[in-house]
Design a protein around this ligand. Structure first.
Ligand SMILES: [Zn+2]
Length: 155
């Protein structure tokens, strides 16, 4: 596996960047998280949602949102599709509640233990067959090398 390859999936599973989700992938290609809102009442919409639950209109406006949220729930996938799933071990998929109000299912940007519910995450991107797809990064507690205790100099 080279650095350009995804840790989780085979590149043949790269999503199509056209169609209804084209704004998502166009933003992701530039490192932006772009998600749909109702153009009439500004309610956050699901990725494939075509009619607003709030006002019933069908005008969608895509906007960049803050790439941060918290883990709403997480599941660990044990099923492996030989040739399609590269991970050797079961891997977590998180349902992330973004500060924008959207909910997105995504895998981690790199292999990791499942994040606890409520864990703050940022959203960046994995690259699957050259296509940027959202992926969470769990906040890692700051942990540098331990600070040495002051020692008295020998006399
Ligand atoms: Zn609406």
């Amino acid at each position: 596996m080279t650095a350009a390859e995804d840790w989780l999936l085979d590149p043949s599973l790269a999503p199509s960047t056209g169609g209804r989700l084209a704004p998502l992938y166009a933003g992701a290609a530039e490192g932006r998280l772009t998600l749909p809102f109702c153009a009439a009442c500004d309610l956050p919409l699901e990725l494939e949602q075509q009619v607003c639950d709030g006002c019933g209109r069908d005008d969608v406006a895509w906007r960049d949102v803050a790439a941060e949220g918290t883990v709403h729930t997480v599941t660990v996938v044990h099923r492996r599709e030989t040739g399609l799933v590269r991970a050797e071990d079961p891997y977590p998929v998180a349902d992330v509640e973004l500060t924008s109000g959207h909910r997105l299912l995504m895998a981690g940007r790199r292999p990791s233990a499942p994040p606890a519910i409520g864990t703050p995450v940022t959203v960046s991107f994995r690259f699957l067959g050259g296509v940027a797809v959202p992926a969470y990064d769990a906040a890692v507690p700051a942990s540098g090398p331990p600070t040495p205790l002051p020692q008295e100099s020998p006399r």
